[in-house]
Design a protein around this ligand. Structure first.
Ligand code: ADP
Ligand code: MG
Length: 316
């Protein structure tokens, strides 16, 4: 199912949580909404789920206007950050909740078992949520959403309660399940590494607005906006005054686009971090800080020459 948002706005008291948002998500696409806390991501998902009324604009599912439909009439399922499992119900009972009264119990149990085994929690069905690890609870929440057989999957930072190692395996699992079932997915995160790893396309949000949209590769190679520069890439671009290149405004430079050891610019090494296959070097130039990758460890205080292979901007 395709999902379309047309000029969607939503204001809380004096906060514009969504400011004229336009998105067009293709059938089967894994679409990531990336933005810092407070940028409107949750509001956007809740609007698509029907949990939040929008004040203007339309929401279209497969060509059908669902703006005024109640949540249960929309064929979407939402997975929340805090899983929201029922503590006094077993895993199996949790999985059956969304389809209660909609099919024969036998049939529902079979479906629940299938989803559970797909997510590797088939042997946990008689446990209670308190008897599960965070990662297992998260799988239960995913399985529960899948039992609904949604046409659209809405996920609101579903991995943020997991530790770093669990996150990497869980995001692979989500991606596999999404692909296998070809479920159109809107996935919200503030983590750009997660966004790049998962997304077919990304929309970057700030203050209720979509400020750049594209495939991870497109956004990475063509940063259109100073805010995106500070937010995308690991580590993100260094923002420096255009003066260093005789330009007005500010420019953004990725650490891998700084060529150390030659060039017209000169700076001093102020810090070095070991990154495994290379070092991240901090260089100070006329009060500006530039980060650069380099294959060898440099000494702090050392003078270095460098040039930029490319940069984004300038932005005023
Ligand atoms: P995100 O999920 O990106 O962190 P939210 O969609 O939760 O952002 O919030 C967007 C903005 O709307 C924030 O400024 C937030 O404080 C505000 N907001 C969200 N929900 C409410 C609410 N129920 N009442 C008032 N303000 C809200
Ligand atoms: Mg949120």
């Amino acid at each position: 199912m395709s999902v379309e948002l047309k000029s969607v706005s939503k204001t809380y008291k004096n906060v514009k949580a969504l400011d004229n948002v336009n998105l067009s998500i293709n059938k089967g696409e894994f679409f990531v909404i990336l933005g810092p806390s407070g940028s409107g991501k949750t509001t956007l998902l809740r609007a698509v789920a029907g949990l939040e009324r929008v004040e203007s604009g339309r929401i279209i599912l497969d060509g059908k206007d669902i703006t005024d439909l109640p949540p249960h009439k929309r064929e979407v399922a939402m997975v929340f950050q805090n899983y929201a499992l029922y503590p006094h119900k077993t895993v199996l009972e949790n999985l059956l909740m969304p389809v209660e009264g909609e099919m024969k119990r036998e049939e529902a149990v079979k479906l629940a078992r299938d989803m559970a085994s797909m997510l590797g929690i088939g042997d946990l069905l008689s446990r209670f949520p308190s008897e599960l690890s965070g990662g297992q609870q998260q799988r239960v929440a995913l399985a529960r959403a899948l039992v609904k057989r949604p046409k659209v999957f809405l996920m609101d930072e579903p991995l943020s309660n997991l530790d770093a190692i669990q996150r990497v395996s869980a995001r692979k699992l989500i991606r596999d399940v999404q692909r296998e079932n070809e479920i159109t997915t809107l996935y919200v995160t503030h983590d750009q590494v997660e966004a790049m790893a998962l997304a077919d396309r990304i929309a970057i949000m700030n203050q209720g607005r979509v400020i750049q949209m594209g495939t991870p590769e497109e956004i990475y190679s063509r940063v259109e906006d100073e805010f995106v520069a500070t937010f995308f890439g690991n580590p993100p671009m260094s923002l420096v005054s255009g003066k260093v290149l005789d330009l007005r405004g500010r420019i953004g430079v990725r650490p891998e686009d700084v060529e150390l050891g030659q060039g017209d610019m000169k700076g001093k090494v102020t810090d070095v971090e070991f990154w495994g296959d290379r070092y991240l070097v901090y260089i100070s130039v006329e009060g500006e800080e530039i980060r650069a990758f380099y294959p060898y460890r440099l000494r702090i205080g050392e003078e270095v020459r460098f040039k930029f292979r490319k940069y984004a901007g300038p932005w005023s």
